[in-house]
Structure formats: structure tokens, C-alpha cells
Design a protein around this ligand. Structure first.
Ligand SMILES: Cc1cn([C@H]2C[C@H](O)[C@@H](COP(=O)(O)OP(=O)(O)O[C@H]3O[C@@H](C)C(=O)[C@@H](O)[C@H]3O)O2)c(=O)[nH]c1=O
Length: 189
């Protein structure tokens, strides 16, 4: 069976949900999740500067992250497992400024998100997962920044019931102490 690439423009300008190419046969599957000419043909200009993966246990929240300077667009896919992935528009000039959207990305559904520059990004891990990132800008640790996962102004509705509630959520220490959106706004906007 062959599933061809599909490109769905999202209502947050510049963001896309993409279904990858997938060919399955008796051996298993072949999956292609990036092709520069095909992306260009769909008016998506995405250079590749860095590729990395994260491995996470069920219950992990990594959120809500972005690079403040040298803004970084990224193509995000759950290679195995299942995550609830959230993007937040942090572009002050945008019609959808401060709005968030959530998507279920799984190893099976082969969907990936094109997260534009100056969007915050994060996810809740619903099954042990590996997540891949294809970044259009290099990592600059000094500009690596974030907003608290449960910020009241952004108000993401995380499906915590799907991991058995807050008692089962796992954070890195750095993500427990991120700034609020109001603090970010005061400092930088
Ligand atoms: C993101 C990143 C981290 N690192 C280093 C910093 C640190 O020592 C170690 C682990 O990094 P972190 O704890 O920041 O990893 P993590 O919390 O998983 O950060 C990631 O979260 C998701 C939601 C994103 O959208 C990514 O862009 C990125 O911000 O790896 C790099 O060398 N290059 C990178 O591109």
C-alpha cells in the first residue's frame, strides 16, 4: 500500500499538518517525511540545519519552548508512540497571536507538523515516544526560551486524563520554572 504526501494548511498562518509518504509491504514500512522539492512544490520553504530526536516516557510534558532570536521553524514528527502536540502563535503582528492548537501525532498516523518561526511548541507524551525534529535554524542556547506549560493567558487544554492525571506528569526541573506569558510580554514585546 502506498500513502502519498498530503499537505494541510492550518488556520495559523505558515503552519501545516503533513501526512508523510508511506509504503508498506510484507517486510514492514518505508516512510519518507521530508523532500525539499516536494515541499517547495507545495510552497513550503524549509531548509535543514539540524536534525535531532527526543525519547520520552508516558506522562512527560516538554513545553512550551521556542528560540527567541534566530527563530527556528521545525518539522516535528512522532516516529514511535503517541503525543499530544501543541503549537502557540507568538508573533505579535499575527491575527492569531496567542492562539494555540493541539494535534495527536503517532507513529502510526505518520502526521507531522510544520511549526513556523516564533511559535512556541510543546507536547504531552501519551505513550512512550520518540519525536524527531528537522530544524531550519541552528540551536542557540542563549536564546532558548519558554513559557510555562499551564500559562493562564495561553490556557492550553492538555488531555491530562489520558495519562491518568497530574500525578503522573513528568517535567524537567527547567520546565517547572519557566516564565509566564505576561512576564515574557513585559520583557520582550
Ligand atoms: C533543543 C536542543 C537542546 N540541546 C541541549 C541542551 C540540553 O543540554 C539538552 C536537552 O535540551 P532540552 O532540555 O532543552 O530539551 P527539550 O526540553 O526536549 O527541548 C525541546 O523541546 C521541544 C518541545 C522543542 O520544541 C524543541 O525545540 C526543544 O526546545 O540538549 C542541544 O544541544 N541542541 C538543541 O537543539
Amino acid at each position: 500500500m502506498i500513502q502519498k504526501f498530503e499537505f494541510e494548511k492550518l488556520d495559523l498562518d505558515g503552519a501545516y499538518q503533513i501526512t508523510t509518504f508511506k509504503s508498506t509491504d510484507v517486510r514492514g514500512a518505508f516512510i519518507k517525511d521530508y523532500s525539499q522539492p516536494l515541499f517547495e512544490a507545495n510552497e513550503i520553504h524549509h531548509d535543514l540545519k539540524e536534525v535531532f530526536y527526543t525519547v520520552s516516557k508516558k506522562g512527560v510534558i516538554r513545553a512550551l519552548h521556542f528560540q527567541r532570536v534566530h527563530e527556528q521553524a521545525k518539522l516535528v514528527r512522532c516516529v514511535s508512540g503517541k503525543i499530544y502536540d501543541v503549537i502557540v502563535d507568538l508573533r505579535p503582528e499575527s491575527k492569531t497571536f496567542m492562539q494555540w492548537r493541539g494535534f495527536y501525532l503517532t507513529g502510526e498516523n505518520c502526521r507531522e507538523l510544520l511549526v513556523p518561526e516564533l511559535f512556541a511548541h510543546g507536547y504531552l507524551v501519551l505513550e512512550d515516544s520518540i519525536v524527531s525534529y528537522k530544524c531550519a535554524e541552528n540551536f542557540y542556547g542563549e536564546y532558548d526560551d519558554g513559557i510555562m506549560w499551564n500559562d493562564p493567558d495561553i490556557d492550553v487544554k492538555w488531555p491530562l486524563d489520558e495519562v491518568g492525571g497530574m500525578d503522573n506528569v513528568i517535567f524537567a526541573d527547567k520546565d517547572k520554572n519557566l516564565q509566564s506569558f505576561a512576564e515574557y510580554k513585559r520583557k520582550y514585546l
